[in-house]
Design a protein around this ligand. Structure first.
Ligand code: DOR
Ligand code: ZN
Length: 440
């Protein structure tokens, strides 16, 4: 008789790489052992998934968990707890912490800390600076490192590599794909004086206008091609960039954000005020529609929340002193399932953006696919469940979401990380068991 399964997921509709199939999934030692499990096969535990879709564990490749930094706002412990409540099984965490993750010592401390406190699996970005270029080749091969992150335009924190000569030096150090915050720093600086403090929050999108983003991306792509160094352009926010990027598929991959697919100027600024302020900004309808077209035609490789919590007091300052960034790791899945139900993308494409996409772009080992031998990470969703997103549900200590009050159809009802059920029906279960994601 065959060895018993540790866990069997029974009766769900599995979203496999080759399509949806009603199939049971068997797990042993944290990995998928079988697709298709005979009735009566021995199993230590069974998760009933009748009426549910069983997705490969969804990956949010773009979060800012503020650890080290301000645990009253967010930490790896609280941010990964929010992630599993929202149906996310892995997060890739940004380096613009206090202090930033820019050397081997801080990276080692963060690796060890994440292994102690995380609820889901964690990948880590390392920040490039003008001073650490010589160390980047070694840093990018570190445990759990998903990519080097370059802020080519300034945002939250001090990380910045803005000039072409320094960008080229970073690109020539190391080989893996680099992730870019792409806004042209010189144009940001030149335009800042055109606006007065205290003007409406919608000015944010005029200051950091389309050309800031497009110019930043043109410069990065030219250098990437010249140095033959693969680039991942994070949070692409303009129609012009998305069009331009189609001619750079040899060297560049593309991320868009949930916020840019869900909110639009001017309405977002009128409704949310500073709770719509982020970098790059939420823009008008033309860009919103271009982002959806790029999701549909395959230009987009990955989808992120850009989860960037800040204290309410910092958000509520006048423009432009207000902090830029919005919470989102916990709301990513419900908001995107609502888009699926509205017919804006298929469930298969959503899984492609949140599993196969990050696996391909970052070189994830053993995740992103429901297939034998892969990690037993699953997100179980009730596709037709209706629910209102409420701030009382938000686990991040900062306590707010720009999606408060949104009625959605589609909800994550269970999160399973390497065979352990860590969330079921809004309840976090057991102890933090997150591990570091491996990259090839
Ligand atoms: O809006 C943003 N917030 N954009 C970024 O690039 C950084 C992030 C943060 O860390 O707050
Ligand atoms: Zn970000």
């Amino acid at each position: 008789m065959s060895e018993p399964f540790d866990l069997v997921i029974r009766g769900g509709t599995a979203v496999l790489p080759w399509g949806e199939e009603a199939t049971d999934i068997g797990v042993r030692r944290g990995q998928i052992a079988a697709l298709g499990v005979p009735a009566g096969a021995p199993a230590a535990a069974v998760v009933q998934a009748r009426g549910l879709h069983v997705l490969p564990g969804l990956i949010d490749p773009h979060v800012h968990l503020r650890d080290p930094g301000d645990a009253a706002v967010e930490s790896i412990a609280t941010g990964t707890r929010a992630a599993v409540l929202g149906g996310i099984t892995s997060v890739f965490d940004m380096p613009n912490t206090t202090p930033p993750i820019t050397n081997a010592e801080r990276l080692a401390a963060k690796q060890a800390h994440a292994e102690r406190v995380a609820w889901c699996d964690v990948g880590l970005y390392v920040g490039a600076t003008k001073e650490n270029v010589a160390d980047l080749a070694a840093l990018e091969t570190g445990r759990a490192v998903c990519a080097i992150k370059v802020f080519a335009g300034s945002s939250t924190g001090d990380l910045l590599v803005e000039d072409d000569a320094s960008l080229e030096r970073v690109m020539r150090a190391g080989r893996r794909r680099i992730a870019y915050h792409s806004e042209d720093e010189y144009r940001l600086r030149a335009r800042r004086g055109m606006f007065k403090a205290g003007e409406p929050y919608a000015r944010h999108a005029e200051w950091r206008d389309e050309e800031c983003a497009f110019l930043g991306t043109r410069r990065i792509l030219a250098l990437a091609r010249e140095t033959a160094r693969p680039a991942h352009i994070l949070h692409v926010s303009t129609a012009e960039e998305l069009d331009y990027l189609k001619d750079f598929r040899d060297i560049a991959t593309v991320e868009v954000l949930v916020n840019h697919l869900t909110q639009m100027a001017p309405d977002a600024y009128e409704r949310l005020g500073s709770y719509a302020v982020m970098n790059p900004p939420i823009r008008g309808r033309r860009h919103f529609e271009a982002a959806w077209a790029a999701v549909r035609d395959g230009t987009v490789d990955t989808l992120g929340s850009d989860h960037a919590p800040h204290p309410r007091a910092a958000k509520e300052k006048r423009w432009p002193d207000c902090a830029a960034g919005l919470t989102g790791v916990q709301t990513l899945v419900p908001v995107m399932l609502d888009h699926v139900n509205a017919g804006r993308l298929s469930l298969t494409r959503l899984v492609d953006l949140l599993c196969a996409g990050p696996a391909r772009v970052y070189g994830v080992v053993g995740k992103g696919r429901l297939a034998a031998g892969y990690d037993a990470d699953f997100t179980l969703v009730a596709l037709r469940r209706r629910r209102v997103i409420e701030e009382s549900w938000i686990a991040s200590p900062c306590g707010w979401t720009p999606f408060a009050g949104m009625r959605v159809t589609g909800w994550p009802v269970a999160t399973i990380v390497r065979g352990t059920v860590v969330m079921r029906e809004d309840e976090v279960l057991g102890e933090p068991g997150g591990r570091l994601v491996r990259f090839g």
